[in-house]
Design a protein. Structure first.
Lengths: 201, 201
DNA sequence: TGACATACAGACCGACCGGTCTGTATATTC
DNA sequence: GAATATACAGACCGGTCGGTCTGTATGTCA
């Protein structure tokens, strides 16, 4: 294992551990000790790769997560021409992830978004950018499906809202009913917005 | 100030301080010290009224918040016969609260819901009940407006989802656009569900 | 092969965490 | 007015927090 490989590994392990923790517990509940244990690295490694500490790592984890989601949406879009199906697959994926983790693993941005205060400037910026990218990805999807640009933007915002709120409710309830209900109605609504073509939902 | 009055005051100040903190920072970010300072009471008072500590106080704050929201919805319902207007007023109220607090004050349940883990049994139960009551209040509203019971349930779930997700996005963005867009589309959708009557939105 | 840089490794630190426990002031009851 | 209960008040505590700092092992390059 050469220098650069080892470095990338530790760094990525740290980012993955933080992403995981953000999904399950959020930013403040997770101590460095459990984080480092999960990443299998001692403290020196963290402060070597992220001299600004825990917050910098969280920002990196958020950016990494957003990039992954965007890539996933793009991938689905290539596989599946029907935009409504892309959305459906994406939401189904989220449901599966939630269920398979005993309703612990939600969105890596959501908890940090609610925990953050006005003082956490860099963190908030990363979160705002992240949500912005998500909305943009979805808006582009709807735009390409023939929905007017401005309307597509608004529907993308509603989609992110519904997605986040549904995950929240499903999480505390310990079942997927809320997530499924939300998903179904959201897809129904968006179907009706598509330019005339029979989309039986 | 007699015995019982003093007691109620301290207890209520504690609950209010916790509600406030849950909205602004969540459960873990808030230390007891800042909480007690906000409630203007020393540590003894907290552990007198809530022998099980911080968590018990949080549960009380959550239950209190849900009761307040339910009461508010009921009040609006009495003032305003049009159910779609009740919903609109409720969402407008949330937007005002968020803006007037420089985008810090969101939902008192949301952050705790995402921070909680499977081990926080009592807290999760309180949160699940809380969200349940909220959905029920909204479902009853829609039900009375003539929407079929099951459909009303689903729309209520979507409403809560959209509400929570929109608050989250608006919070990190530092503006109300996301909340307004979400609200508008949600109300539009629900309007279409109402039994035939001209509801120009 | 010696100089230097990278990548950890982990002992150590002060601050703050939630929680306990003893003390006291006030009200109530007999 | 003595006994008891309620409602705080805050000193104190062990543990954990995020963060720093020194040490070392391992390439990399001249």
């Amino acid at each position: 294992m050469n220098k650069s490989t080892a470095s990338v590994c530790t760094r990525e392990r740290l980012i993955n551990a933080m992403s995981d923790t953000l999904q399950c517990k959020g930013f403040h509940a997770a101590g460095l000790s459990s984080l480092l244990e999960k990443a299998q690295t001692p403290k020196g490694g963290l402060y070597h790769h992220f001299p600004q500490g825990k917050t910098a790592l969280a920002i990196a984890a958020i950016e990494n997560s957003v990039a992954r989601i965007s890539a996933q949406l793009e991938y689905l879009q290539q596989q599946q021409p029907e935009p409504i199906m892309v959305l459906q697959l994406w939401l189904a994926e989220a449901e599966k992830r939630l269920e398979q983790s005993q309703f612990e693993r939600g969105c890596p941005l959501a908890t940090a978004a609610l925990e953050s205060t006005a003082e956490d400037i860099a963190l908030r910026q990363a979160l705002a950018n992240g949500f912005g990218q998500l909305r943009q990805s979805l808006a582009r999807l709807l735009d390409q499906a023939g929905i007017a640009s401005e309307r597509a933007q608004q529907l993308a915002t509603l989609s992110v809202s519904a997605y986040e709120g549904a995950l929240m409710q499903a999480r505390v309830a310990g079942n997927s009913i809320m997530l499924r209900d939300t998903t179904r109605l959201l897809l129904e609504l968006i179907s009706r917005e598509l330019p005339a073509q029979d989309t039986t939902v």
